[in-house]
Design a binder for this molecule. Sequence first.
Ligand code: FAD
Length: 177
Amino acid sequence: ENTHDKNFVKNNQIGVTGRKIIYDEDGKPCRSCNTLLDFQMVTGKISSTATPGHTSKSLAQSNQTLLFNKQDPPDVEELGKSTWTFLHSVAAKYPQTPNKEQQGDMKNFINIFSKIYPCTWCADDFKDYLEQNAPKVGSRDELGKWFCEAHNEVNVKLGKEKFDCNLWKKRWKDGWE
Ligand code: FAD
């Protein structure tokens, strides 16, 4: 299952952010698996000794001016943020008392999602998480909390703070007032 980890990391090459560089099947660096800075480093757009903060700002500025606001495909962070927004919003719209078909559809969706998420190594970890923590699809609140806990697992892995899952509905459905 995880064989691509071995295939798609070359010589344990490390990016400017300290992460391993991940490659696609075609041998090109995977944009949705690497941060923008690491992707730019490995594709030769910035030097590996550049300071991350400074470089990302000046690159962003020169992209704006020189490339006429052309937007690049998402890196691992932009993809992640957009995807979590989508997943938590899906939970917010899930029925409070779903019927059998809706529960089955949601399980299938999560299962298929785990196979097609474009950050391949993120998807592998998510698949492992699914094996240990079957999706809870019995109600909106169950599903919302399940996604929240899955998101927290990634937060912890990345050294970020955990989100209080009792507040998921305020963040993703009702708002704070
Ligand atoms: P995000 O973590 O994207 O969160 C967006 C917003 O959601 C936050 O601002 C906050 O308001 C809210 N939020 C935060 N935590 C929770 C929670 N637990 N429940 C509800 N709402 C919350 N990146 C990696 O580098 N490595 C990985 O292995 C990896 N795996 C991922 C697996 C999946 C399935 C997904 C969807 C993304 C994964 N990512 C991974 C991306 C990573 O989770 C972040 O999306 C990315 O680092 C950007 O983080 P961010 O700080 O912008 O906020």
